[in-house]
Design a protein around this ligand. Structure first.
Ligand code: FES
Length: 856
């Protein structure tokens, strides 16, 4: 076929099954066009064909014949939309950005031709509705497109809100899925079809198909490796083996030729059935139980097994008193007593860049390009597992993680094993179905809550008994978080896991927090309602956290809160306003180092961390710029050969790298002693993360992680509109108050908080991981069936930062990635109650559930 591609002539002979995206990314090498869902739902692969936006992942390549194709690279780098995205911080991880930019360029150009002024939010949202941003950067995307259409970026250079924004809006930012190495093979994982079975794997004869790289070797190297430890699979979708071939299509074909013989074993998927005494045991002995995967972030608590139920952490503070008070309150039907069982569905992380790895095993060591949020962990894990002469982990840009990319995943293991065997680089990238099946998810939960509150005396007693449903994994920690909330009244908390033959869960942003808040924050709201108390005032009375108390006071004065309607209303459309609060632990990596070197007149900052969309490069750059305001500063992250840096998880990045970068900048200034940077070529200093004042780091250390003194706080005030005829809920306005101390990068911090709200809305209303209760097959393994919040679900958001109270922390502030999302779903539930009088107990609040609940 012949076409015009980004302004120049191209010829290519596509295969019959090639999509436009395949050809553009592989044959034309234009990797700015991203493939994420592979089903035309997310819009990341949008290109322009004869000026019209098209999703290239579904478009047969042959249809490009005779057309004029423009990708994000062809837009250039100077379009007003790109400038606006750069300055308005209309991105986080950036994986969705090329698709948004390409679509928005068409909208902008047509608007400027036919219309005048600024398009409304709704007009822009309508134009971009076919695009998904899992980071939830919609608010800034809408603003950027509006400003570009209004002509604000016609002739001025943007001031980038984050260091890497220009690379992300032009498609030049390289993600792992974009890495291509000479001689690279493509790997595919062979997975179990059954939920529980003993398996035998037979690889086909490979005569004449050896993939060995060294012709001098005598043993043919065939493109198969086994991944399964032992011979038992415990869930449908579990990796068994991996194959590699010259092209992805050949690898898929080869995978089909691997014979897996199954001897089925009794299975159980549904947690209610799994907890029965006569249910088949998923982990029949202590050795198997010990190897159960964990969904906990860091080390989980030890537990005791009984059948498929594993008792995890239990804690009580005057537990018997708590139980006695709750029993008595129930008996006498006390007004401040509330008991209910809440459930939550599994929530899939759904990072738009799938899990992907490119392994290059050579005699002198391993280089592993991988989409990870835990570069330093992976380096240690790879060294331990394979013991190569050296290990380099590379992750220049990472298209989202949210907790799902913390470990050595099946993609990395398969790529390394294949590369080690074959002596050639191997890429393994998950399909969207694999991503939604077997890369983890927030466990589903069932929480039995009992609470007794008084209007002035505080929380008199609480008990929370939670079962986590994370498939074959354990480590759910929900009730445990009750130790951190609402003072020191008598309390009893217990977490347990009920395992089943379903894929394992993994940590997800604020692990345990959203389901905890879903139960407890609705409990507080219900007690306030029963006592006739103001829910915010009641929380302020009960809550000992002074930072959050400051937020209650501000929230109480908001017109959004003051003017909330009475419960319940009448009529078809009802407005409601709800509040919920959250806290989160403060963590930091005290071993973090930031190195500064003067190179060619510029200051180059290096640390072995990665940017998953949180803007860590900009935190470092800003910290150095405070000391060297006029210097040119480059930031290099995403490579493990730099000095130790933090994992992007547990809200620890900013609190780790910010102070270390300031320390480095101070040391460099001391070394220069007034000399200009341009005259200090080669000077290198190493900054360290100073310890907290008052020696306040709690002596808990897991893989460099320290828990610090103090709790981050958040309060969300959420307004909804409920259509009581159709059962639809729309979140219209959210106020998010966040108390984490000093903010290092205001634009990125606000963006994070807005994204946390969007994800919380998804958790509240749409996101539901569905597993077949008989086979354990994940039925919501595509983005049609797993519904993410889109641009039209974005409410008006106001973010308030309370910046006091963290003076003991170097830099005066801590991370906010978890706390900003924890209480959102609960605030939606409370708003729905305010609107309708219906107390939703089950997440997500689907229309059928709402209608059924309201009819009771
Ligand atoms: Fe949109 Fe990450 S910035 S998916």
């Amino acid at each position: 076929m012949r076409l015009t591609f980004n302004g120049g002539p191209r010829e290519h002979d596509p295969g019959p099954d090639d999509t436009a995206a395949d050809v553009i990314r592989t044959a034309f090498g234009a990797t700015g066009t991203k493939v994420s869902c592979g089903a035309g739902v997310c819009g990341a692969c949008t290109i322009l064909v004869d000026g019209e936006p098209k999703v290239s992942c579904l478009l047969p390549a042959a249809h490009l014949d005779g057309t004029e194709v423009t990708t994000v690279e062809g837009v250039g780098g100077d379009h007003p939309v790109q400038r606006a995205f750069v300055e308005c911080d209309a991105l986080q991880c950036g994986f969705c950005t090329p698709g948004f930019v390409t679509e928005a360029v068409v909208f902008h150009d047509r608007w400027r031709k036919d219309r005048e002024g600024t398009p409304s939010r709704e007009e822009v949202a309508d134009a971009l509705t076919g695009h998904l941003c899992r980071c939830g950067a919609y608010e800034n995307i809408l603003t950027a497109v509006q400003k570009a259409c209004a002509g604000e970026f016609d002739d001025r250079e943007p001031v980038p809100a984050r260091v890497e924004a220009p690379a992300k809006v032009t498609g030049t930012a390289e993600y792992t899925v974009d890495v291509t190495l000479p001689g690279m093979l493509h790997g595919v994982i062979v997975r179990s079809r059954l939920p529980h079975a003993r398996v035998t794997v037979t690889f086909p004869e490979m005569s004449g198909q050896s993939l060995r790289s060294d012709p001098a070797e005598e043993t043919p190297h065939e493109g198969f490796v086994r991944l399964l430890d032992g011979d038992v699979v415990r869930y449908a979708g579990q990796p068994i083996a991996a194959v590699a071939a010259e092209t992805p299509a050949q690898a898929r074909e080869l995978a089909e030729s691997v014979t897996v013989s199954y001897e089925p074993l009794p299975s159980v998927v549904d947690p209610e059935e799994a907890r029965r005494d006569d249910a088949p045991a998923i982990f029949p002995d202590a050795a198997a139980q010990k190897n159960a995967p964990s969904s906990a972030e860091g080390a989980g608590f030890p537990g005791r097994w009984r059948g498929n139920v594993r008792s995890g952490y239990a804690s009580a503070w005057r537990g018997r008193t708590a139980r006695r008070r709750l029993d008595a309150a129930e008996e006498r039907n006390a007004p401040g007593y509330f008991a209910a069982t809440f459930t939550t569905a599994g929530q899939s992380h759904t990072a738009l860049e799938p899990h992907a790895s490119v392994a290059d095993w050579r005699a002198d060591g391993l280089t592993l390009y991988t989409s990870t949020q835990a570069l330093p962990h992976l380096k240690a894990a790879a060294a331990k597992r394979w013991n190569p002469p050296k290990v380099d982990i590379v992750a220049h840009h990472v298209g989202g993680g949210f907790g799902s990319k913390l470990g050595l995943g099946a993609d990395a293991v398969a790529a390394v094993e294949l590369s080690r065997k074959l002596g050639r680089p191997v890429r393994v990238a998950m399909s969207r179905a694999e991503e939604l099946t077997d890369t983890g998810y927030r466990p589903g939960t069932r929480s039995e809550l009992r609470m007794l509150g008084t209007p002035t005396g505080g929380l008199a007693a609480i008990s929370l008994d939670v079962s986590g449903h994370g498939g074959v994994s354990t480590g759910s920690m929900v009730a445990t978080l009750g130790l951190l909330m609402y003072g020191r009244g008598p309390r009893h908390f217990r977490d347990r896991d009920v395992v089943g033959n379903a894929p394992p869960a993994s940590p997800f942003r604020g692990p345990g927090g959203p389901p905890f808040a879903w139960a407890v924050e609705q409990g507080v709201d219900e007690i306030a309602h029963r006592l006739g108390a103001d829910p915010l005032r009641l929380r302020r009375t009960w809550d000992g956290n002074r930072r959050r108390r400051a937020l209650y006071e501000i929230a109480a004065e908001l017109p959004l809160w003051r003017d909330r309607p009475a419960t319940p209303q009448t009529g078809r459309y009802r407005r409601g306003v709800g509040a919920a609060a959250a806290n989160w632990i403060y963590t930091a990596d005290l071993d973090t180092k930031v190195e500064l070197t003067v190179r060619e007149g510029r200051i180059v900052a290096r640390t072995a961390t990665q940017d998953i969309g949180t803007g860590v490069r900009t935190v470092i750059r800003n910290a150095v710029r405070e000391v060297f305001p006029d210097a040119a500063i480059d930031v290099e992250v995403g490579h493990s050969h730099a000095p130790h840096g933090p994992v992007a998880g547990g809200s620890r990045s900013t609190a780790s790298v910010g102070p270390a970068a300031r320390d480095a900048a101070g040391k460099l200034a001391a070394r220069l002693d007034g000399k200009p940077v341009g005259e200090a070529e080669g000077v290198t200093v190493l900054g360290e993360r100073p310890k907290d004042r008052r020696g306040s780091a709690v002596p808990v250390s897991m893989d460099h992680l320290r828990i610090g003194r103090g709790l981050a706080g958040a309060v969300h005030i959420t307004e909804v509109e409920v259509d009581t005829l159709l059962g639809h809920t729309r979140v219209t306005r959210v106020w998010g108050g966040v108390a984490v101390g000093a903010i290092y990068n205001r634009a990125a911090a606000r963006n994070q908080c807005e994204g946390g709200i969007v994800q919380g809305i998804g958790y509240a209303l749409y996101e539901e991981r569905v597993t077949d209760p008989r086979t354990g097959v994940v039925l919501s393994a595509n983005l049609e069936d797993y519904r993410l919040p889109g641009v039209k679900d974005t409410p008006e958001m106001t973010i308030h930062f309370h910046e006091d109270g963290w003076d003991h922390v170097p830099g005066g502030g801590i991370g906010l990635g978890e706390v900003c999302t924890v209480s959102v779903a609960a605030s939606v539930g409370n708003a729905i109650f305010n609107a309708t009088g219906f107390r939703a107990l089950d997440l997500p609040i689907r229309p059928d559930r709402l209608l059924e609940g309201m009819s009771r």
